[in-house]
Design a protein around this ligand. Structure first.
Ligand SMILES: [Zn+2]
Length: 299
């Protein structure tokens, strides 16, 4: 009986997907241009893109983030149903490989069906390191690209988006100034991070990142690398080891214990936890907390 129930669910899901593709197909045939009913719908792959887009479109468009709250964004792939739903949007915003490799794969199909796509990190991502949003000035460029894409698909509301975008742009400029001023004034330069998420930020403000894991939290160090890290932290007199909200703090805690250091959160903002969402945290509030943590660790 359970099996029958399940398979009925699957049939229903397939029907929903078929229907969505059918509607998307019809829209594409009609040339997709005017006479659209309902608000402009935009899909983003993960949190920073969602947050910047929301801040630009305000209440003039619906923004759906595919990555659920509390999910670590590396290696995250949406369900087939979520992917099907992207076809019902007018604009699809993703960062680019290696962050959301699946998105690059469907980009051509989306465009064929009349969905406008934006690969927001194109030309900004270097050495397979996707964490560009943690550099306020690269994040600012991402937001500029999002504004241009939104203004293109919804020209009627361009001046409204433009106003929001200018406010957002000024926030990035302010954030950059705060980071510059604060980090110019600290004496230490080494930051020991949970995974290698802060390379762009470190480069921008003259810090030296020592990551415990690799470019994703899944790339854990060997026992020998851990031993080397302990020696390095001791010799440099590192005061705090950073851990993060969406990955296990186990390694950071072990390193801190062995090196006689404390621990602090440095949030890579790849995604927000449910609690952070409920507390109305956003990119800027978390970046401010990150800066306070950096100051404390590097003073
Ligand atoms: Zn990461």
């Amino acid at each position: 009986m359970k099996v029958g129930y399940k398979s009925r669910g699957i049939v229903l899901k397939l029907l929903v997907i078929a229907l969505i593709f059918f509607i998307a197909g019809c829209r594409a045939k009609e040339g997709l241009v005017p006479a659209e009913s309902g608000p402009l719908k935009i899909y983003t792959t993960f949190y920073p893109l969602y947050d910047f887009t929301k801040k630009i479109v305000g209440d003039r468009a619906v923004v759906e983030n595919l990555q659920p709250a509390g999910v670590e964004p590396h290696d995250y792939e949406p369900s087939p149903r979520q992917i099907a739903s992207i076809y019902s949007g007018k604009l699809f915003i993703f960062l680019g490989e290696p962050m959301d490799a699946w998105a690059k794969k469907i980009e051509g199909q989306l465009q064929e069906k009349g969905v406008v796509t934006l690969e927001a990190g194109k030309g900004l991502i270097e050495n397979n390191d996707p964490h560009i949003w943690l550099d306020p000035l690269l994040a600012r460029e991402i937001a500029r690209r999002i504004f241009e894409a939104v203004a293109t698909v919804d020209g009627d509301n361009k001046s409204y988006y433009e106003k929001n975008y200018h406010e957002l742009d000024e926030k990035f400029a302010m954030l950059d100034r705060e980071y510059r001023d604060t980090l110019n004034a600290v004496t230490r330069r080494d930051i020991v991070t949970s995974h290698a998420a802060f390379g762009y930020l470190a480069r921008r403000y003259g810090l030296n990142q020592i990551p415990i894991s690799g470019l994703s939290p899944q790339q854990e160090p060997s026992a020998q690398q851990m031993a080397e890290l302990i020696t390095l932290c001791r010799s440099k007199g590192v005061k705090y080891i950073f851990f993060e909200t969406l990955a296990s703090p186990k390694l950071a805690e072990a390193l801190a214990r062995e090196a006689g250091a404390g621990t602090l959160v440095l949030n890579p903002i790849g995604g927000l936890t449910k609690e952070e969402m409920e507390a109305s945290e956003d990119y800027f509030s978390i970046m401010a907390k990150n800066l306070a943590a950096l100051k404390k660790a590097l003073e």
